[in-house]
Ligand binder design. Structure first.
Ligand code: NAD
Length: 281
């Protein structure tokens, strides 16, 4: 029976260290958060971020815009935040309206204020293994894996999901540790090859957004399973992995909710404090 990889415990450890770092800053660090439209998931996430930021002594400033804002209008606003020396970090909440391209927008955030690590410069630094700020969810997965004490060197790692915010940066962080990384995606499923890849995984990370996509019986005995997916199913929040059946085979498994999510927010706050520290040097 797998041990639970509880995110709260790891998040609390990160946050405890952050409190000391925040106190060492000359000024209260400021995180500017941009929310567009009224997506209920994003609104709830913003409330969680604000609560955690405040508990750490970080000033969280929410900027809300109507879904009708244009990409150029949003970029103009980001340029103002870049120029505001009181702002240490800038965060654009997802999802964005279809008229706004996330990657275009991220490219206008000053790299040293890009607390989500999505500016091309910061993504490039991940590629070279020199990231000071790397994508929050990918980093959160690394924190969860580290907490198991697993040596990633030469391990068969399978990531399901190849998005820019999770799968791709995570693959780079894992390669840096000399894991053998396979990335699966929709075409892997369509080719009927997903099960075969998952069955080989000593470490499995799933970030798709499809409840019960990964069957418990596919999990290799003793595997570490990190489920990034967040889905609403029958009024409950579930991940992408059949949790109960997978727990019987894995050595460690993240719960959903309560696994990757809390660590992601803690890493976001750490990125903000890192940014503030670098800016005051
Ligand atoms: P995305 O939509 O950008 O990417 C989804 C990925 O899944 C793509 O690579 C796609 O090819 C793949 N995919 C889709 N259907 C598939 C199938 N049937 N078989 C195999 N692969 C398939 O998603 P995202 O933004 O990376 O988010 C993925 C999930 O992770 C969502 O549920 C999201 O809510 C969750 N998420 C959680 C956190 C967190 O902190 N816990 C953070 C980010 C995203």
């Amino acid at each position: 029976m797998a041990k639970l990889l509880e995110g709260k415990f790891i998040a609390d450890q990160i946050k405890e260290k952050l409190k000391t770092s925040v106190q060492s800053l000359r000024q209260v660090p400021v995180l500017a958060s941009i929310l567009i439209g009224d997506d209920p998931g994003a609104s709830a996430y913003v409330r969680t971020q604000a609560k955690i930021a405040t508990s750490l002594g970080i000033k969280y400033v929410l900027h809300k815009f109507d879904a009708s804002i244009s990409e150029d209008g949003l970029i103009d606003f980001i340029l103002k935040l870049n120029a505001d020396t009181a702002v240490n970090g800038i965060l654009v909440q997802l999802p964005l309206p279809a008229s706004i391209n996330y990657m275009n927008v991220c490219g206008f955030i000053q790299p040293d204020k890009d607390v989500e690590g999505m500016h091309p410069t910061n993504i490039g630094k991940v590629l070279f293994g020199r990231a000071r700020i790397a994508a929050c969810t990918a980093n959160a997965v690394m924190e969860l894996l580290n907490s198991t004490g697993v040596d990633l060197y030469g391990k068969e790692v399978v990531i399901v999901g190849h998005s820019e915010i999770v799968g791709k940066p995570l693959a780079m962080l894992l390669l840096e540790k000399f894991a053998t990384v396979t990335i699966c995606h929709i075409a892997t499923s369509e080719a009927g090859k997903l099960q075969g890849h998952v069955e080989r995984a000593e470490i499995l990370i799933v970030a798709v957004g499809s409840p019960n996509l990964i069957k418990g019986e596919w999990i290799k005995e003793g595997a570490i399973v990190v489920d990034v997916g967040i889905n609403r199913l029958n009024e409950k929040i579930v991940g992408d992995v059949e949790f109960n059946a997978a727990q019987r085979r894995a050595s460690y498994i993240t719960p959903v909710p309560g696994g990757v999510g809390p660590v992601t927010v803690a890493v976001l706050m750490r990125n903000l404090v890192e940014a503030a520290l670098a800016q005051q040097q």
